[in-house]
Design a protein around this ligand. Structure first.
Ligand code: GLA
Length: 511
């Protein structure tokens, strides 16, 4: 069972000098704010998703990696029942609150505040402590916590997951747990943002926790959520490089969830249930909305009709056939009008043989959503197509016939570019800025460029090789950033264009 690692130095960091400087700054402010020294620290990184977005809520695997940017917290234990939180960045206001009875932190979903993310982490951790305590009443420690985050907010790099995971981890440690399994921390933190009304899957938290140096992660959701590491090959003569460019169009998942994020999850759920009705199969109700999923549909259909085994997340050649079948079925089971125009609530309820009231209580009651039409065909097609893309990448990474490294990069790039196309047409989370950035990049040395994470703004991931990185960097600086943001400073540019490599996941530091 793998445990959250505990470090007594900065060897987890690829730049130990910068890390030491950062911790000195954190310590200084901590001592002046709380008149005590931190007794331990927790860190949880952001992630960049290499490929496979908006499929996790259907239990299909994505291929993310943890990045160096993270949320770090310094913590000391108080003798009273107060929790005081502060942030090194003064734009995040200080906050102080009493530990609620039995750890049931209340979260005001109507406002957007950074403190809410901290409370979400504390809440899932205190629920876990309660479940694991021999007597149901638990005594929780008061805390001083100073946070410092380097993941850009609203950039699609999981700034919200990094703060929730970092908070859950510090809360467990501060209340007596030091042997924390990655599995438990993932299981509890995947639901943390649900308390804010955002129906997230598990991709972000799993990547933040299971991340490893130089490795990408295939995230599995069934039978339980965990990450499996994958390495990228050594590309010769010029090594592969990953560049992230932030379009600087902020995507606030919390504020836009009803028309973007939460709505997609409802569309997947309604599509799965309609496919069940149309094929006459009973499906497991294992989505976040307690409905069927597109995985449940495809598993059941292929088992009953063709005797295929359920998709186990591992066998690559099975994956390629399995998702291709999903795509075929979607073509057959939605008619031309539905494909073109989508479904109104009335049409969807009719397809399910239920009233609109029952429809609302089954699909619309748990998380806020707003829409006119539900685009069920487009979204389902996206899920099977994008899941197929993930396994095309895994096939490339695991096949040993990469004798021609240039060809490898071209093949990888072409899958990444296909993934960007389904963002535009299938899940509709791309933006004009993202498309401009992709276009500039592909003309200037990127083999493949796609929006990463939730989208609707945020970051693009590009793959290239070392010999082309300078040209790519310069083209994006000149043709996107300097044109669109004329006064942009060199530092802002440096923050927006990041050459990254997979980094280690969540950890505890006890110096
Ligand atoms: C957000 C969610 C994740 C995942 C991605 C898209 O980051 O939190 O669960 O759905 O979007 O892949």
């Amino acid at each position: 069972m793998s445990l959250i690692p505990i470090y007594s130095d900065f060897s987890f960091s690829s730049n130990q000098n910068d890390c030491r400087k950062r911790f000195n700054e954190i310590n200084q402010l901590f001592e002046s704010r709380f008149e005590s020294k931190p007794s331990f620290y927790t860190r949880a990184p952001g992630r960049v998703n290499f490929i496979g977005d908006h499929i996790d809520c259907n239990h299909f695997s994505s291929l993310p990696m943890a990045i160096q940017a993270d949320m770090t917290a310094a913590v000391s234990i108080r003798t009273d029942q107060l929790i005081k939180i502060s942030n090194l960045d003064s734009k995040f206001e200080d906050s102080s609150f009493e530990i609620p009875q039995n750890g049931q932190f209340t979260i005001d979903k109507t406002i957007f505040s950074w403190t809410n993310y901290v409370k979400c982490g504390f809440l899932v951790a205190s629920n876990f402590l309660k479940e694991n305590s021999p007597n149901s009443a638990i005594t929780l420690n008061g805390l001083n916590v100073l946070f410092h985050g380097t993941v850009p907010s609203g950039g699609g790099l999981s700034s919200s997951a990094s703060i929730c995971v970092c908070s859950a981890l510090l809360f467990l440690r501060a209340n007596g747990m030091s042997k924390i399994t990655k599995k438990d921390l993932t299981k509890i933190s995947v639901v943390s943002e649900h308390y804010l009304g955002v129906n997230t899957g598990g991709l972000d938290q799993c990547a933040s926790i299971y991340g490893e140096d130089s490795k990408a992660l295939l995230v599995h959701y069934k039978p339980d959520i965990h990450g499996e590491t994958f390495s990228f090959p050594n590309i010769k003569p010029s090594p592969m490089k990953i560049l992230i460019s932030n379009t600087l169009v902020e995507a606030n998942k919390f504020e836009t969830a009803p028309v973007n994020y939460n709505l997609r999850v409802v569309e997947f759920a309604v599509a799965s249930e309609i496919l069940a009705v149309r094929t006459g199969f009973d499906l497991p109700k294992d989505s976040n909305l307690k409905t069927a999923t597109l995985k449940g549909f495809l598993d059941t259909y292929l088992e009953k009709k063709l005797g295929w085994a359920h998709w186990d997340g591992h066998n690559v050649s099975h994956a390629l056939k399995y998702f291709a079948k999903g795509l075929e079925l979607i073509e057959q089971l939605f008619d031309e009008n539905e494909k073109k125009n989508g479904f109104t609530t009335e049409e969807a309820a009719k397809a399910l043989n239920i009233s609109t009231d029952e429809f609302a209580s089954r699909f619309l009651a748990s998380f806020p959503v707003r829409y006119e039409k539900l685009k069920l065909y487009k979204r389902s097609k996206h899920v099977y197509f994008e899941s197929l893309n993930v396994f095309k990448v895994i096939e490339l990474l695991t096949s040993n016939n990469t004798t021609n490294d240039f060809k490898f990069m071209e093949n990888l790039g072409s899958i990444i570019n296909d993934s960007q196309q389904t963002s535009i047409t299938g899940i509709e989370n791309s933006t004009p800025e993202i498309e401009i950035v992709c276009e500039i990049a592909l003309k200037n040395g990127s083999y493949g460029s796609r929006v990463t994470g939730a989208g609707w703004g945020g970051c693009v991931i590009h793959i290239t090789t070392e010999d082309k990185i300078e040209k790519l960097y310069t083209a994006l600086s000149e043709e996107y950033y300097k044109k669109r943001f004329p006064g942009i400073s060199e530092n802002e540019l440096k923050d927006a264009l990041i050459i990254t490599q997979p980094s280690s996941g969540a950890l505890l530091i006890e110096l």
